[in-house]
Design a protein around this ligand. Structure first.
Ligand SMILES: Nc1ncnc2c1ncn2[C@@H]1O[C@H](COP(=O)(O)OP(=O)(O)OP(=O)(O)O)[C@@H](O)[C@H]1O
Ligand SMILES: [Mg+2]
Length: 205
C-alpha cells in the first residue's frame, strides 16, 4: 500500500500564483518521510490535498491505487497545525476525541490527556492540550496513513518527546505510513528515514 500524489498543481484563486506545481510524491505504508520547506512554500496546502481536505487544481492523489474516498472515514488522516481549527467548537472534548473511534485509556494516558478535560469545551483548553486530543482522535485502527503538520510546535520539549514517542509507536504498531511536515531539520532527521524538500516556485510579483 502507498500514498501517491501525481503531478499536483494548486493555487487558491484562478489568477493567483501557483503554490504547488507538478508535485510528485510517493510514501509507502510503514515509511516515515519528512516534508521540509520554509514558511509559505505550500507544505500545509499539500498536506490538505493529500488528506482530501482540498482538491488539487491539477493532478491526483491515490491511496492503495484508488482515489481518496469522497465520503466516510478517510484512511489518510491529517493532524493539523492549528488544532482549534480542527475541532467543532460546539462539541465537548469527549465527543470530539471519539468521533472516528473509541479512543482507549492507554492512548489518552500516553498522550497526557487528563480525565477532567473530557468534559470541557475546546475553548477551555490550551493549544497544546487541544492538540493532544486531535492526535488521539487520529490514531484509531482505521487510520492507515498519518500526515502530521507541525503537530508539536506549540508544545514544550518534554511534551514534544512524549507525543512523538506515542505517534511513532502507533505508526509502527499499525504499519502506518507517516508524512511529517516541518521546518525543523533536527526533528525531521530524528523521526524520519527520508526527507523531501518543496522547491521554491518562481512566483510572478
Ligand atoms: N485559504 C487560503 N487562501 C489563499 N491563500 C492561502 C490560503 N491558505 C494559504 N494560502 C497561501 O498559500 C501559501 C502557502 O501556504 P501554506 O499554509 O501551505 O504554507 P506552509 O508551507 O505550510 O507555511 P508554514 O511553514 O508557515 O506553515 C502562502 O503564501 C499562504 O499565504
Ligand atoms: Mg503550514
Amino acid at each position: 500500500m502507498q500514498l501517491e500524489a501525481k503531478k499536483i498543481s494548486f493555487r487558491y484563486q484562478k489568477n493567483s500564483p501557483w503554490i504547488l506545481k507538478d508535485v510528485d510524491l510517493t510514501v509507502q505504508a510503514g515509511e516515515r518521510v519528512a516534508l521540509l520547506g520554509p514558511s509559505g512554500y505550500g507544505k500545509s496546502t499539500l498536506a490538505k490535498i493529500l488528506a482530501g481536505y482540498e482538491n488539487p487544481v491539477k493532478g491526483e492523489v491515490f491511496w492503495d491505487g484508488a482515489p481518496l474516498p469522497k465520503k466516510g472515514f478517510c484512511p489518510v488522516q491529517m493532524i493539523g497545525q492549528h488544532p482549534e481549527k480542527a475541532v467543532n467548537p460546539r462539541w465537548k472534548m469527549a465527543r470530539i476525541v471519539n468521533e472516528g473511534w473509541q479512543a482507549d485509556e492507554q492512548t489518552l494516558r500516553e498522550l497526557g490527556i487528563e480525565k477532567a478535560w473530557m468534559n470541557r469545551w475546546p475553548s477551555e483548553l490550551s493549544g497544546g492540550e487541544l492538540q493532544r486530543f486531535c492526535i488521539a482522535r487520529a490514531l484509531g485502527p482505521k487510520t492507515k496513513f498519518l500526515i502530521c503538520d507541525e503537530i508539536s510546535t506549540m508544545l514544550d520539549v518534554i511534551t514534544q518527546a512524549q507525543i512523538w514517542q506515542k505517534v511513532l509507536a502507533a505508526a509502527q504498531k499499525g504499519g502506518l505510513g507517516l508524512l511529517v511536515v516541518t521546518h525543523n531539520k533536527a526533528l525531521a532527521a530524528r523521526v524520519c528515514e527520508r526527507i523531501i524538500e518543496l522547491p521554491k516556485l518562481n512566483r510572478p510579483s
